[in-house]
Design a protein around this ligand. Structure first.
Ligand code: ADP
Ligand code: MG
Length: 200
C-alpha cells in the first residue's frame, strides 16, 4: 500500500509544484517526489517487524530525504503516527485511527499549525476525526470515508487565508488557492483507499 502511495505522490509532482508556485516557493512537488522516491526504494529492499517499525522508517526517510517544511511535517506524521503500532502486524481501521490521531498530535506539537491556518492540518484534522468514528468499521469502508474527509478538508482550505508557513507572507492573496500540503495529504489517503479497495 505504501509503495502505491509513493508512486501516486511521485506521479503528482507537477500539480504540487504548480500549487506551491502560486502560494509558496514552488519546491513542494520536488520535495515530496524526492522523499517518496526514497521511500519507494527503501520499501522494496527491506522488511519490517511490525506496523510501527514500517511507519517510523517511512517517516525517518521523509525527514532526511524530502527536506523543507514538508519533509519535517510529513515525516513527523509518519513517525508520530507509528507510536502505538509497535506490536501490530495488520493494518485495520483501528490502526488507521491510531496512525492519524497520533500523527496529528505530533504534527501539531512540532509545527504549531491549528485547523484554519491553511496547512495540511486542514485535511488531516477531519480525516483523523473521521478515522476515530470509523475505527470499528471494515477497513475498506473506513479508508474511503477518511480519504473523502481529507478531500473535503483540502477543498475547504482553499477559501482560507494562510497563517502559517511561506504562504503566510501573501496574506489575503493566499485566499482561493489550494494548500500544497493539504493536497499531498489527500493524495496519500486517496492512494491508500485505492489500494485497499482494489486489493479487497
Ligand atoms: P516549504 O514551505 O519549506 O517550501 P513545502 O513547500 O515542501 O515546504 O511544503 C509546504 C507545505 O507544508 C504547506 O502547504 C503546508 O501544508 C505544510 N506546512 C508548512 N508549515 C507547516 C506547519 N507548521 N504545520 C503543518 N503543515 C505545514
Ligand atoms: Mg515550498
Amino acid at each position: 500500500m505504501l509503495v502505491h502511495v509513493a508512486c501516486q505522490m511521485i506521479a503528482r509532482t507537477d500539480e504540487l509544484t504548480h500549487a506551491d508556485q502560486a502560494t509558496g516557493d514552488g519546491d513542494h512537488g520536488i520535495a515530496m517526489a524526492r522523499g517518496f522516491e526514497a521511500v519507494r526504494d527503501q520499501l522494496g529492499s527491506h522488511t519490517y517487524q511490525d506496523l510501527g517499525a514500517l511507519l517510523k522508517a517511512v517517516g525517518m526517510t521523509l525527514i532526511s530525504q524530502a527536506g523543507g517544511a514538508s519533509g519535517a511535517v510529513f515525516g513527523t506524521l509518519f513517525v508520530g503516527g507509528s507510536r502505538n503500532l509497535a506490536d501490530k502486524s495488520t493494518f485495520d481501521s483501528g490502526s488507521l485511527a491510531s496512525f492519524l490521531g497520533d500523527g496529528m498530535q505530533a504534527v501539531q506539537e512540532r509545527g504549531k499549525a491549528r485547523p484554519g491556518d491553511k496547512t495540511m492540518v486542514d485535511a488531516l484534522a477531519p480525516a483523523a476525526q473521521c478515522s476515530q468514528e470509523m475505527a470499528a468499521a471494515p477497513l475498506e469502508k473506513a479508508i474511503v470515508a477518511v480519504a473523502a474527509a481529507a478531500g473535503r478538508g483540502e477543498e475547504a482550505a482553499r477559501a482560507l487565508v494562510a497563517r502559517v508557513g511561506k504562504a503566510k507572507t501573501l496574506g489575503e492573496r493566499s485566499r482561493n488557492h489550494p494548500d500544497p500540503g493539504a493536497i499531498s495529504f489527500t493524495i496519500i489517503l486517496q492512494a491508500m483507499a485505492e489500494f485497499i479497495v482494489d486489493a479487497g
